[in-house]
Design a protein around this ligand. Sequence first.
Ligand code: PLP
Length: 401
Amino acid sequence: MTQTKWRSERLSLLGSSIFAEVAAWKLAALEQGLDIIDLGIGSPDQPPSPAVRQVLSEAALRSDMYAYPATKSGLPFRLHAAKWMKHRFNVELDAANEIVTLLGSQDGLAHLAMALCDPGDMALLPNPGYPIYAASLALAGVESVLMPLREENGYMPDLEAIADADWDRASFILLNYPNNPISAVADLAFFERLLAKASQHGVLVVHDLAYSEMGFDGCEPVSILEVPGAIDQAVEFHSLSKSFNMAGCRIGFLAGNQTAVGALRELKANIDYGVFDPIQEAGIAALEEAIVNPELPKAGKLYEQRRDLFIEALREEGWPIAKPKATMFIWAQLPPMQWSLEEPWTSRRISQEMLRQTGVVVVPGEAFGTEGEGFVRIALVESEERLVEAAKRIGSFIRGS
Ligand SMILES: *Cc1c(COP(=O)(O)O)cnc(C)c1O
């Protein structure tokens, strides 16, 4: 018998191919010997605190840490997650039923639609949006209706512009503030309006709060669960990756509505056996450190300094960009360029050309959806010195255009 296909059609629905393209451009530039400054990846470049690394090392040496984590309750981590949510947002949660531990929030986001929906259901997603959102729906055979995030609405979805029929049909609406890639921040008034609308139509609100500890200029990002009664209608993803520089550890949690949290827990019980116990111990240490040492600088502090430096350097190079209030990303509208008058270049083409000529890697906005065209996402994940160097190279690229 001849070989049948060993690759599902489903895989073709996953994410944008642009990230793979950017990786290929980078490889080509490396092969040509270019000095690469990679501002494309969204992975923090700092380690977790020494205390967290100490706890992780000591736990790893213990002989009782190597069973399937799921054979224990996993409750200590969830209790600490609840304690931190109370400390940070004044939100009360029942750790046993309203929190599920995740192998990073990506794990939860990827499996969410499968846990909550049936094939043919529909969910409301932001455009631009973090790629796993659409991928999660594709894996579950769930349809999406996209909500454009535009400057004229402060990069919030226009809730009134979504048709009532779509509100009625939607299982859940997924949003992310502080936003990746846009860096926009939401306030409690927006979440109140969103929850009111969602509860009218029986729609679950899913909020991805990966950047809660990366607010700038005194901005403290809010949790949707702070809105009274939100627990009836909402769940929220939290990630220790960005908040405590633990991206490689793979730990996060989903908190909120018991039915939705329970559905994800039930699905995951069939897929994985939990987060490695030493990593749960390290997670507890990170949350505890933030609670007992509130004066410790938050993860965002470093990015705030880099943001100021980089935005100023780019402005001097003739590319003015508004300062983002949060996250480690700059969502930069492309400057007008000489050659673009004759033949308009897409953000993809510009990113490719910029990398080829300067070695600076950025992500074309269209990687996050059609509304991202005309923008690039620049991650502040290199040292101040390298960021200034990147701004200089970008400047000469723009002028040379
Ligand atoms: C980085 C990121 C995540 C994934 O974080 P993990 O917890 O490491 O899986 C989720 N959502 C957004 C918006 C992110 O930027």
